[in-house]
Design a protein around this ligand. Sequence first.
Ligand SMILES: Nc1ncnc2c1ncn2[C@@H]1O[C@H](COP(=O)(O)OP(=O)(O)O)[C@@H](O)[C@H]1O
Ligand SMILES: [Mg+2]
Length: 225
Amino acid sequence: MGKPVYMVSGSKGGVGKSIVSMSLIHYLSKRGEKLLLIDADTANPDVGKAYSKTVETVYINLDEKDGWMDLVNRLAVQPDETVVVNTPARSGVGVKLYGTLLTESMQELGRELVTLWVINSQRDSLQLLKEYLDTAGSHTTHVLRNLYHGPERKFELYNTSKIRATVEAQGKTFNFPEVADRISDLLHSERLTIEKVIEVAPIGNRAEVNRWVKECASVFDGVVA
Ligand SMILES: Nc1ncnc2c1ncn2[C@@H]1O[C@H](COP(=O)(O)OP(=O)(O)O)[C@@H](O)[C@H]1O
Ligand SMILES: [Mg+2]
């Protein structure tokens, strides 16, 4: 069996896909996994910009059919690499049109496809999730309530939705922790890796990163389990 492919998605811009991708990469590399980052946000590959020096990185445009074929081809090359795919906003369109190229190849690739679907508290987040679940078929999709957008109770629409039941019949719901703005700014604007932020941060900031990394790890423990 090859290593899993983690697709970090959520369709909307600004929900937190990139920061989830970064923290997942950090977590998996701490576990000693050999990693491949596929940054599909070719217009703004912020995860690639931060991580390409430390993690093997490939840029693939998933708005186009060719991109999906390239993705599947690349997944066949090194089955021992755990893959993190950072997707752009509106990737739902590409998924709908071409996503089955990937989902129907997974068995032959001998890999598992696991989607981490990041949500904010708004309704359109859920509509897109519904559409995605149809394409993902029998592959596992977990939902991450990104607490940057508010406490768990603010996700009332999701919490009380039918779609939540659908998600939890096959996957799980997690709370993704918020980190202080000054830390996330370093990741996004300065293009630093989490590792680097820990290295250069003054002691108080480092305590905050370590707290956040630990909380992220308990989420990802649940994903990997
Ligand atoms: N859990 C979080 N903690 C702190 N800041 C966050 C968190 N989630 C998102 N943000 C901030 O919100 C903005 C959008 O996040 P980003 O990961 O770039 O979203 P996306 O990739 O979905 O467009 C960024 O400035 C990011 O730092
Ligand atoms: Mg992004």
